[in-house]
Structures are given as C-alpha cells and as structure tokens.
Design a protein around this ligand. Sequence first.
Ligand code: RB5
Length: 154
Amino acid sequence: MKLAIGNDHVAVEMKQEIKAYLEAQGHEVIDVGTNEPGSFHYPISGYRVAKLVAAGEVEGGILICGTGVGISLAANKVKGIRACVCSEPYTAKLSKQHNNTNIIAFGARVIGVELAKMIVDEWINAEFMGGRHGTRVDMIMEIEATQHLQAAEE
Ligand code: RB5
C-alpha cells in the first residue's frame, strides 16, 4: 500500500518507528515531516497528508501529534477527508469498515508505539463494508459538499 505519514514535534520518534514498521512490511510511505525536534505546527503536516490522500496520490494517511486531535481536525478541513483519532485497534478497524476513514490519527502522549502498530495494522487490513454504511458515509459527504443534509431537513 502507498501511504502518507505526518506528525508534529511531539511525535517525531513515534512517527519514525511507525514508518520503519510499515516499510518493513513492504508499504511505501511518504513522510511529510516533521523530523526536527523544534516546535512544529501540526496543521501543516495534517494538511500535507490530507492533500495527498484527497488527490489520490496515496491510499491512506497516518497522522500523529500529542493527542491526535489537532492534526485530525486540520486534515478533516480538506474536502474528501474522513480522519479520526483512535486509541485502540477495535475503533480503528470499525472506522474503516463502517466509516471508510481515509486517515487514521493517534496521540504520542496517549498511547505507546506497540499499541500504535496494532492500530495501524487493524486499520490497513480492514475493508469498507459499503451497504447501509455506504449510505451513511454518503450523508456525511453530502453535508461537506452542500452544508445541508436533505434527510434531516424533510
Ligand atoms: C502540542 O503541544 C500539542 O498541542 C499537539 O501535539 C496536539 O496534541 C494537538 O492536538
């Protein structure tokens, strides 16, 4: 799989470990940074990964900051992105199966690297189930595209 990964200054070490873990499995990983210890604004890496995902240049994205919250909020402002924070593998798997997430995020101050690897594994290996879940994801994207949800306004 071709993936993009990004982080802020809090998560440099975890990002590098997750990137190496994915590459050892044969995945191609585009690293948008940061790899420097100095303070780095998480919206920059959230935006960079989101643009690569939205453009179809990668099949999915991984974002890591202190909590995963700020960086996922930034990514979700790019059209077409469905990013969520996961601190355990069950939600990560269901977020792909039911919500068709295209970016997974987590917090380097919240979880350890071994749990992060399990989260990433579950998310990468899960497949969107479509069907009734597809109807609901389409509704989410309708809100994004139109700022309305017809089913809620009838
Ligand atoms: C940086 O201090 C911290 O705010 C950031 O890593 C992240 O947790 C934001 O959501």
